[in-house]
Design a protein around this ligand. Structure first.
Ligand code: AHG
Ligand code: MN
Ligand code: MN
Ligand code: MN
Length: 335
């Protein structure tokens, strides 16, 4: 039986990449891994424990909140508070940022975390893969009280980003800016083990991923690109396959592994797109770029967008570099 390297061993080994780090980021990633294991335990029992369905509230997004949205949020906040490395949390499930008490912390809590505690909530009760997404920033200075402006940083300033996918197996995929690595949870020992070292997005793929129910509301260049995907052309192995799971984490994970392009464009009902910049698009863009792919809003690089508020949304086209460039080429033809 092959002995796999655990997430903890890998993080310590990679510590050498950050000579000035004193282990805080490593401990922060460990804390996120702990929350992921707690959430995984409930996701795997969903249907047997009272964790399905809605809790009767609506979150700041105007979405009917699911019990698992709240449970996942609580697990991350608890693990990050206990860990003491994070001083500030922006969560999809909270209108304002959470200031984390550092009274028991031995470190200065120099990190801030943006998170989507449970991504793909609409799929929870359907036994379809869901996930969690996180994005980590470092505070510039520690001698002033933390404020919302500090977390509104460009995506290219992320220190680390990752996601957990609760699917046929549970995986944690993350980057600290030196490539992307995937870890599969071995439930028999309760450890994430390195299973996908140095993940790379193929430069080309043959699947496109978009909610075609919005077709009539898409901008013309997106409509033209979808038509292009559906044309017969053996040289470019078209028509492409259409794959849309409805959980961003699952659609991006497939794209990362087999290539392809995922699109959530602006529509008449979502003029800025539906997906949130801070805790969905920026972390996924960081991961995909680190794996050799590309992520744009249609106007600019996602990681180059200056956030103005916590829950702002952005259109996104993300995945295999050549396929993202092809989408953009239709924009030029139309402009
Ligand atoms: P969340 O469950 O965190 O609110 O995110 C749902 C998002 C994302 O996971 C997915 O890609 C998208 O919503 C699907 O939206 P549509 O159902 O409009 O296609
Ligand atoms: Mn939601
Ligand atoms: Mn989400
Ligand atoms: Mn969510």
């Amino acid at each position: 039986m092959m002995a796999f390297k655990t997430l903890g061993q890998f993080i310590i080994e990679k510590q050498a990449d950050f000579p000035y780090a004193k282990g805080e980021l490593s401990r922060l990633l460990r804390d996120i891994g702990i929350a992921a294991k707690m959430i995984n335990r409930e996701v795997n029992k969903a249907g047997l424990v009272d964790i399905l369905g809605e809790n009767g509230n609506h979150n700041v997004q105007g979405e009917a909140q699911k019990k698992l949205d709240v449970y996942a949020d609580e697990q991350f906040v608890e693990a990050l508070t206990r860990g003491g490395e994070c001083c500030y949390i922006a969560s999809e499930e909270h209108e304002e940022c959470i200031e984390v008490s550092l009274k028991n912390s031995v470190s200065k809590g120099k990190y801030m975390v943006c998170m989507d505690p449970l991504d793909g909530s609409a799929n929870i009760d359907l036994n379809v893969s869901v996930g969690s997404i996180f994005s980590i920033y470092r505070r510039e200075r520690l001698d002033t009280p933390v404020s919302e402006e500090e977390i509104l940083q460009y995506g290219h300033e992320q220190v680390a980003a990752g996601y957990v996918i609760y699917g046929s197996s549970t995986m944690l995929v993350y980057t600290t800016g030196k490539g992307v690595n995937g870890f599969t949870l071995d439930p028999s020992i309760g450890e994430f083990c390195l299973s996908h070292p140095n993940m790379q997005v193929p430069v080309d793929g043959n699947s496109y991923s978009v909610n075609e129910g919005n077709y009539l509301k898409f901008p013309q260049y997106i409509k033209d690109y979808i038509k292009y995907c559906q044309e017969e052309d053996s040289v470019t192995s078209r028509p492409y396959t259409s794959r849309y799971i409805g959980s961003m984490v699952a659609d991006i994970h497939r794209t990362l592994i087999m290539g392809g392009v995922f699109l959530y464009p602006e529509t008449s009902s979502y003029p800025s797109g539906k997906l949130r910049l801070l805790y969905e698009c920026n972390p996924m863009a960081f991961i995909i770029e680190q794996a050799g792919g590309k992520a744009v809003s249609g106007k600019e690089r996602v990681l180059g967008i200056k956030p103005s508020h916590l829950h702002q949304r952005t259109p996104i086209v993300i995945g295999s570099k050549n396929m993202v460039d092809k989408v953009l080429s239709f924009k030029k033809e139309n402009s």
